[in-house]
Design a protein around this ligand. Sequence first.
Ligand code: C2E
Ligand code: MG
Ligand code: MG
Ligand code: MG
Length: 279
Amino acid sequence: AVKACGRGVWGRFEAAMAQNLRQHLLIEQRLRDALRLNALSLHYQPVIALEDGRIVGAEALLRWNDAELGEVPPDVFIPVAEDSSLIVTIGEWVLDTACAELAHWRAIDPGSELHMAVNVSVRQFAEPFFAMQVAAVLARHGLPAQALTLEITETLLLDGDARTLAAIEECAALGVRIAVDDFGTGYASLAYLKRIPVHALKIDRSFIADLPGDRGSAALVSAIVAMATALDLEVVAEGIESLAQADFAFARGAHAAQGYFYGRPASALSVRARLSAAS
Ligand code: C2E
Ligand code: MG
Ligand code: MG
Ligand code: MG
């Protein structure tokens, strides 16, 4: 301990960096085998139409249960996967698995027009033939393109190069819907909304958390919904945890909602049971 103190603040900082690097490498190493070991799975969180409270679809969310590390949260391992090319392989698996599950749901309730939202990293859009892969997955599972929404995080969208933007356009041209995830956290020019074919905005849950009491949050959510409506965009409120938050979002004109109030992300089996009961 005395020695550690002797190294001073800088030494401790370096030690922390080395520790982070080791953790990064460890996660990358184990993630490399995760698909093969069946350690990855998808959970699905219902998306609800605020108008009538019905389930209109779900968002697929990755889960990783590693034999040694335990449950590793996506906020920890997705950035590691994005730093390597792992996100591409994992992303292909996510897209295929989520679409297979959606086809299953649509078979449970044939009249339903349930949709699936899948998170996509910018790195994936930058891969050659990404849109063709998406088209192939949809065809393989007999799904119409409109049944799929690709979610792109706003901050990542802002880093996108010409290749990425072209791929987003190709996906939109297929009929796939594009949603901007974590909207409001990118603190940048909104000009991209004119350049990129966007169909939906998902208001980041940090704006929802203090509703309806906090005046600042209330004003921001109201302004986002008004802007989105003027641009003909669908608005999804993320992170709804209470009836009061849902009521507020609905009163301001948001179309859909997601959050613990309606359901936590859950296994495919439990979502199937919920859908069967509702249909
Ligand atoms: P996201 O796409 O914004 O997903 C919403 C996150 O909010 C999820 O966290 C969800 O569990 C959480 N959440 C939903 N409702 C509530 C609520 O009412 N209260 C609170 N406090 N949280 C709520 P999760 O599953 O930990 O995922 C974190 C992020 O990891 C996702 O944020 C997404 O950016 C990323 N991610 C997850 N799966 C994938 C994937 O397959 N591919 C990529 N590229 N990223 C993914
Ligand atoms: Mg998302
Ligand atoms: Mg989000
Ligand atoms: Mg997020």
